[in-house]
Design a protein around this ligand. Structure first.
Ligand SMILES: Nc1nc2c(ncn2[C@@H]2O[C@H](COP(=O)(O)OP(=O)(O)OP(=O)(O)O)[C@@H](O)[C@H]2O)c(=O)[nH]1
Length: 867
């Protein structure tokens, strides 16, 4: 369609004007390309040669598609022909930018205008092209730059040399709420500073614009609505040739979330570093998380060793909810926390209402408006799940990206707090406890003793210091080895622990030395406790294949008697311990000579008592109990007597408590029961009219249900029935609230055996309690009876007891009746039975037999003869 340039040139050549025009075209600074009606190149000027890199002779006569980019080349002919065929000019007569491909394959942008010449039926085209690559590139760059300025989330501020705002982008408007028109000409520092903005940093940022280098700062700035936002600020100045500031470009990035997270981390780390308890750290975490993420409710729970949930902090959840969680065992379907702890992986429940994990618990959460809950396990360094951190939501939701970051930080920090607490506990244990035995070490012991001494001093009480040293321990180490020695020390520590009462202070002093301190303990009790200790220490110990028999030597000092401070008391207990070693080991010594002598006496007595029980040196005497009404015999009370071959008669007041203290109480009671029944059975065979016998038992007996079997067995063996026996017990046993004691008392009564309360009035029971006690007989203490004559108060009390006892259908027995006055008083006031020297002392069996026979003879003589 292009007019062939050769023909055109021929025609032009015909005229000078035509020649001049052609030359002008050839020299034009724009590239000129003409094509004929078959799209062949007919004209290609010098500028075109330069632009495309082709020489004229290389292109003339060739299809013009040679000059277009290769991707358009196949369709180029059809594009031109469409114009020829349709006559619709879309390109002709316009200027447009086109991409052009050079000979070397590179492309450039040209601005092209196209003219169309119709010569007869043929249409030719001439294109005028200018290289606009630089313009296009510049425009492209500008476009990209504007994208940077407008399409970024960051706020961009451009100021002039006077630091007055010239431009702000859309990011600025989004972040601070101001439009460009509102802020143009204002200074950013004035516009965005607020109450909490750090003025020094702001000043630094403002000054930075005047210097040639850029600056990075973090600032709290305020928007149009007064809302504060943490931003990071980068300021870049542009300086003119004259060295003066031309513009400053500030890019502000919203770092509120990062900053909040950082503040949260700082605050929790500070709490951890200060050693706050983990529960307080947990509370702080929850409160701060709720502050920066107001749509969540945070909670932290601990998982205890048994695998149960123990709430630690949940400041925004009601106590009632927390209490319901407390103690819940973790499991595969236990809400979000129980399941997360069980699985060891995070659990996201976005709909509590329908999630099967909450099926059993949703009734607790839904009424509180809790709709969703995300829980993540907190793990210790060794991988153990030690807790969970949970976020509850009031709407069905999943955690946002920010909340993810919060949780990651909190879980890490909380694990850190736990680790620190565990490490502290370990350090404390190492510092205060002996590693081998787990007992308090010497230092901790001192601290405890300091406090114990202060308390005892305040109370004006006493305290016993026991210094224990294993006997010949070196020999065990040497013969069996140190490891066995260690295990023996552990066994000894264990025994001491088991033996020690709750308020005792126990520790390992070092090596094979232990210390035991007994608060509120005098010499008497210390002596008996030490005897028990020594007895439990000699039990053989089995370690591996060895059976080791060991013993300890114990030294005792007493506060305040033997020393007023720890060092003196230790020193004296240590000295006493050496005396125990010298005395043959396996024994104890008091520091005080006097106490040693008394302890020795006691020990002697105790040994003798053991012998007395086993050799039947003890005997029973029987004191008659007589009915006041008709003078008939009601029964006899069996009373123990000890006739020592060397020491003579030893009073029951002395040996009965001793028997109790040194563990002979049971043996003594069993002996008395058997002996009394045996005696009664003997009298029955002699047809001596003794209606019944009373036996005294200690409160300890009634604590064991075995007593019931013992009693019925004894009765059976001696051919007696329940009504032949009466058991006397003290108020203490009666008032014992232990279930074992109550059961034993009930079972004994159920056998038909009568129970008598001995020494009524000396203990703590009140008259009002009498009705509730399961007894048949009340024995009025001799203390009351003694004073009847001289004390009106005693008379009032005795008559009161008799009245109430009778009212309760109890048999009243008065003990210690010695005078006629007393007998008469008791009779007048309705007491049924009396016992005392007035009638008879406690008598050996044969004397009692004589006493009964005598009384029978007397009674018979008084009665008129039937004849
Ligand atoms: N296995 C073991 N032995 C220890 C430990 N500490 C100290 N010993 C040993 O305990 C022994 C203490 O001996 P001593 O109390 O002086 O003497 P002993 O052989 O017990 O004789 P007596 O005390 O006089 O009856 C020494 O042999 C120490 O080496 C320990 O932790 N483990």
């Amino acid at each position: 369609m292009f007019t062939p340039l050769v023909k055109l040139a021929g025609k032009l050549r015909r005229g000078a004007l035509a020649s001049a025009e052609l030359q002008a075209l050839a020299q034009a600074i724009d590239a000129v390309v003409s094509i004929d009606s078959r799209n062949r190149i007919t004209f290609f000027n010098a500028a075109a040669e330069k632009l495309w890199g082709y020489r004229r002779d290389e292109v003339l006569g060739r299809n013009v598609s040679l000059l277009v980019p290769s991707d358009i080349r196949p369709v180029h002919d059809s594009l031109i022909n469409r114009n020829r065929d349709t006559g619709v000019d879309r390109i002709v007569g316009t200027r447009r930018e086109i991409r052009i491909e050079r000979k070397d394959g590179s492309t450039f942008w040209g601005s092209m205008s196209l003219s169309k010449v119709r010569l007869g039926k043929k249409i030719t085209y001439t294109a005028f092209i200018r290289d606009v690559s630089a313009d296009v590139q510049l425009r492209e760059e500008r476009h990209l730059l504007s994208l940077v300025a407008h399409e970024t989330d960051n706020a961009v501020i451009i100021c002039d040399g006077n630091m007055q705002i010239q431009f702000v982008n859309r990011g600025f408007t989004t972040l601070f709420g101001y439009q460009l028109e509102e802020v143009r000409g204002k200074r950013p520092a004035h516009l965005l500073a607020g109450p909490e903005t750090d003025r020094e940093t702001l000043e630094r940022v403002s000054q930075a614009a005047l210097r040639p280098e850029s600056i990075y700062e973090e600032l709290l700035l305020y928007g149009k609505q007064g809302d504060a936002t943490w931003v990071s600020t980068v300021v870049n100045p542009t300086i003119g040739k004259d060295g003066r500031l031309q513009h400053s470009i500030s890019v502000l990035t919203n770092i509120s979330e990062t900053k909040q997270l950082q503040l949260l981390q700082d605050s929790i780390l500070e709490a951890v570093a200060c050693g706050l308890p983990v529960s307080e750290v947990a509370e702080r975490i929850c409160l701060q998380v709720e502050r920066i993420a107001p749509d969540v409710i945070a909670s932290v729970v601990r998982i205890d060793k048994e695998g149960c949930i123990r709430p630690l902090a949940a400041p925004s959840l009601p106590d009632s909810y927390i209490q319901l969680l407390d103690g819940l065992p973790i499991g595969p379907n236990v809400g979000s926390c129980g399941t997360a702890a069980f699985r060891g992986t995070p659990v996201i429940v976005s709909q509590i209402d329908t999630d099967p994990l909450w099926a059993d618990y949703k009734h607790l959460a839904l009424p509180l408006g809790l709709q969703a809950c995300w829980s993540i396990p907190i793990k210790a360094r060794d991988g153990r799940v030690v807790g969970t951190f949970a976020l509850y939501y009031r709407k069905q939701a999943r955690p946002s990206q920010f909340q993810h970051r919060i949780i990651d930080a909190c879980v890490y920090l909380y694990a850190l707090a736990l680790e620190r607490e565990e490490a502290n506990a370990r350090i404390l244990t190492l510092a205060l406890y002996d590693e081998l035995t787990g007992l308090p070490n010497r230092w901790f012991l001192r601290e405890k003793l300091d406090q114990a001494i202060a308390r005892t001093r305040e109370r004006g009480s006493q305290m016993a210091f026991l210094f224990l040293d294993l006997d010949r321990f070196k020999h065990i180490n040497d013969s069996l080895g140190h490891p066995i020695g260690d295990r023996l020390l552990q066994v000894v520590a264990q025994r001491l622990k088991q033996h020690a009462q709750q308020d005792w202070i126990l520790g390992r002093f070092g090596g094979d030395e232990f210390v035991l301190v007994l608060p509120d303990c005098g010499a008497e009790r210390a002596g008996s406790e030490v005897e028990r200790l020594l007895a439990c220490m000699v039990e053989p110990v089995r370690i591996d294949d060895h059976t080791i028999t060991t013993s300890v030597s114990i030294g005792i000092s007493l506060f305040p008697h033997d020393g007023d401070d720890i060092d003196t008391l230790f020193k004296h207990a240590d000295m006493a311990m050496y005396q125990a070693k010298s005395a043959g080991r396996g024994t104890f010594r008091f520091f005080s000579h006097d106490l040693n002598r008394r302890a020795q006496d006691r020990l002697t007595l105790e040994t003798a008592l053991r012998v007395a029980i086993s050799t039947r040196q003890l005997t029973l005497h029987y004191q008659p109990q007589v009915r006041l009404g008709d003078g008939s015999l009601y029964g006899v009370e069996a009373l123990a007597r000890w006739q020592h071959p060397a020491h003579g008669t030893i009073s029951p007041a002395q040996f009965v408590p001793l028997a109790e203290e040194c563990g002979l109480g049971d043996a003594l009671g069993e002996w008395a029961l058997d002996e009394a029944c045996s005696q009664l059975s003997h009298w029955r065979r002699l047809r001596l009219p003794v209606p019944s016998v009373s036996v005294n038992l200690s409160p300890r007996h009634f604590r064991s249900i075995k007593l019931v079997e013992l009693v019925s067995d004894t009765l059976r063996r001696h051919g007696l029935s329940a009504c032949d026996l009466r058991l006397e017990l003290t108020e203490g046993a009666m008032l014992d609230t232990r279930s074992e004691t109550r059961a034993t008392l009930a079972a004994i009564r159920a056998l038909g055996i009568q129970l008598a309360m001995d020494d009524f009035g000396t203990g703590y029971s009140s008259l009002s309690q009498l009705g509730q006690l399961a007894i048949d007989e009340l024995k009025i203490d001799r203390g009351f009876i003694h004073q009847l004559e001289e004390s009106a108060r005693a008379r009032t009390l005795a008559s009161g007891v008799i009245r109430i006892g009778t009212g309760l259908n109890l048999t009243l027995v008065a003990e210690g009746v010695e005078t006629e006055y007393q007998r008469r008083f008791l009779e007048e006031h309705g007491c049924q039975i009396v016992q005392g020297y007035l009638l008879a002392r406690p008598l050996p069996p044969e004397q009692l037999e004589a006493w009964i026979s005598e009384r029978e003879a007397l009674t018979a003589a008084r009665q008129p003869s039937a004849a």
